[in-house]
Design a protein around this ligand. Sequence first.
Ligand code: FMN
Length: 197
Amino acid sequence: MLVVSIGGSPSQRSRSAVLLDLSKRWLQQQGVEVVSYQVRDFAAEDLLHARFDSPKVIDLLQQIENADGLLIATPVYKASFAGALKTILDLLPERALSHKVVLPMATGGSIAHMLAVDYALKPVLSALKAQEMLHGIFAEDSQIAYGEGSAQPQLVPVLEKRLHEALEQFYSALARRPKPLDPRLLNERLLSARWSI
Ligand SMILES: Cc1cc2nc3c(=O)[nH]c(=O)nc-3n(C[C@H](O)[C@H](O)[C@H](O)COP(=O)(O)O)c2cc1C
């Protein structure tokens, strides 16, 4: 199983990235391959000028095409998701998320904007035809401590529990998702069906 992880925070020290890192570790323990991207890995010019032909963008599109699922995390900015993340989503083809399971996550300064995932991010992911979208995780800043020095980042127990439950649901959804039929296989099946008539 392959999962693509996209982090939408422009900050080097990022709480939403902590959620993604912990999720990646959890999924890898279940044998899932996780390929990670952060908005700040992309050249700003590629995103602002919508350069579909940039090697980094082509690489992302190919990984998403091959992926079974997507983890996506964003900071809440001005009651919505990060604009830098939108510049990446705008580069994806219309059906980029069809046949894929998506787990959205967001971190914010207060719970006042905890619905930003539902009213801002999820509609965009639906427009990209995500097959199954899980409820998602919202965390307040006070629930996530960066690991200082060599210490690991810490989540408050209630958030850690919610994250693990969401990841278990994500993993089950990945396992049961109907795979798109390989066009070569379809051709072979049609040929053998004709012979068997
Ligand atoms: C420009 C800016 C706008 C923000 N707007 C909001 C907001 O509208 N609502 C909110 O709850 N938090 C807001 N925050 C706080 C961030 O969402 C919060 O600190 C988040 O965890 C940052 O995520 P990151 O560490 O992954 O960058 C804002 C922060 C910045 C820098």
